[in-house]
Design a protein around this ligand. Structure first.
Ligand code: NAD
Length: 451
């Protein structure tokens, strides 16, 4: 596969224009033993940093056939320098993605491959009956609208975390997926990581005694935006801005509003708490054995928000949550951190999502026995999704679990914003006796978009 970082902008754009004129034909030889009936045809929606990365991973699966890409960004390298060099190349958007797909199949079947389709509007992609599954890696404010549309079209979904922008949207996604009987894998991929599973198994099997407390440390905001009164930028020619905004309120364009930095604006996301935080809270839920429920209380401990400017999400996270089993969860911003530490009556286990540390060295060499609690083993989040579609394999991060892991930072954000201690009913998914807080469990959507 060619690395787009190696291409000059001119060569890249020339190749893209040629591809745009060509029909979709992928010769069978590309898929080896995987006959058409064995293949999963996929469409990719949202082709910025993570979507492009996900698409490359799906392309590497022998039974996936990429047939369509969709993004209101045609092609840009304006944001490439923000991504670690070489991670995804410097180009993003639907035409950049189409070129990656084209290059991939052309390299396998020289001469005979023609282009995959590229759309600005996901509804066109969704209306295609030849697409089995979609990957969604748009900004968070689109997750529910597009996820629900996909499930209602009978398509399986690999949907990025956080599951949704609000608790109400997340619940609607769960219900729609269940009603349509499609598979939905949430992008909380630590569920497919062996070391994270081991850390959680140590906790679940009492190797640190009775679990009492979990501490989550999350890095701070990694972008800056204008403060005070700021001047809008012209909308770039490569962006369909109205389609990017979609269900979010109309707002003047600024370079720091859209790609990547949408994370720090409430209309589109919930800051690092719902960004890296969802991965951490997902691990908390796994280790605590509370996958299908949530805390019963959530309390602000002195979080800080920006005073003015373009970014408005919490910039210093600090909240406490309490589970019905007495386990206390504390989340806090700590520079450059991603750390989850489980403390019990007889030691602690800590993970940064790849490396496990323990209070006693001997814990690291524990072998979990067959008669102990063994957590679900998936070794590749993408493969697990495809196997769920083909063989009904159990999903590592089904929508129900994704929803509960996303709910924690969402209700944490509400407590921090209102500077309150709130009682949460995880069954009804409502705050007890607080209308002001309950109002923040959903957000109005700009017409014509709906969940
Ligand atoms: N699982 C992980 O570890 C992980 C890592 C990074 C990002 N993510 C998640 O992936 C999502 C995207 O994050 P990112 O960093 O790639 O952001 P990004 O800004 O780089 O990419 C988002 C892309 O979605 C496109 N988009 C916007 N509206 C769209 C629409 N209506 N239809 C199709 N595409 C649309 C944007 O134009 C952009 O190209 C976020 O929800 C983020 O939380 C997950």
């Amino acid at each position: 596969m060619k690395d787009t970082t190696m291409l000059s902008r001119r060569t890249f754009l020339k190749k893209t224009c040629l591809a745009m004129a060509a029909p979709t034909i992928v010769p069978s030889s590309v898929f080896g033993q995987h006959a058409p009936s064995n293949r999963i045809t996929m469409g990719f929606i949202g082709l910025g940093g993570m979507g492009t990365n996900n698409m490359r991973n799906f392309l590497g699966q022998p039974d996936v056939q990429a047939v369509a890409v969709c993004d209101p960004v045609s092609i840009t390298n304006e944001y490439g320098h923000w991504y670690k060099h070489g991670w995804n190349g410097n180009y993003f958007g639907r035409e950049a993605a189409r070129l990656i797909v084209d290059d991939y199949y052309s390299s396998k079947a020289a001469g005979s491959y023609k282009s995959c389709a590229a759309y600005v509007d996901y509804r066109e992609l969704m209306s295609r009956s030849d697409i089995d599954a979609v990957m969604i890696a748009t900004p968070d404010h689109w997750h529910a609208v597009i996820g629900v549309a996909a499930a209602n079209s009978g398509k399986h979904v690999y949907g990025e975390k956080p599951l949704s922008l609000t608790v109400a949207e997340g619940r609607a996604m769960v219900q729609t997926v269940e009603r349509n009987g499609v598979k939905f894998q949430t992008g909380t991929h630590r569920r497919s990581d062996a070391s994270t599973r081991f850390a959680c198994e140590l906790v679940r099997n009492g190797y640190i005694g009775e679990l009492k407390r979990v501490e989550v440390l999350l890095a701070g905001n990694n972008r800056t935006a204008p403060t005070g009164a700021w001047t809008p930028d012209p909308v770039p020619e490569w962006l369909d801005y109205d389609m990017w905004l979609g269900p979010a309120p109309q707002a003047p364009y600024h370079t720091m509003r859209c790609l990547y930095s949408f994370r720090f604006i409430e209309d589109y996301s919930g800051g690092q708490n719902t960004n890296n935080g969802v991965h951490a809270f997902d691990i908390v839920q796994w280790g605590n054995g509370s996958d299908f429920t949530g805390p019963i209380q959530v309390e602000d401990l002195g979080a800080k928000f920006p005073r003015d400017g373009l970014f408005d999400v919490v910039e210093f996270i600090h909240f406490r949550a309490l589970y019905a089993n007495g386990v206390e969860l504390i989340a806090r911003t700590e520079p450059d951190a991603f750390q989850i530490t489980f403390t019990g009556t007889d030691g602690w286990v800590s993970t940064d999502g790849s490396k496990v540390q323990t209070s006693r060295e001997s814990l690291k060499s524990v072998r979990i026995k067959p008669n102990e609690i063994r957590l679900y083993e998936s070794h590749n989040h993408y493969r697990n999704f495809l196997d769920a579609i083909k063989f009904d394999a159990r999903l590592a991060s089904p929508v129900q679990i994704g929803h509960r892991s996303t709910t924690i930072p969402l209700i944490g954000n509400i407590a921090m914003k209102l500077q309150k201690k709130l009682a949460w009913d995880p069954d009804k998914e409502r705050f007890k006796g607080d209308d002001e807080a309950n109002k923040l469990l959903s957000k109005p959507l700009r017409s014509p978009w709906r969940v």
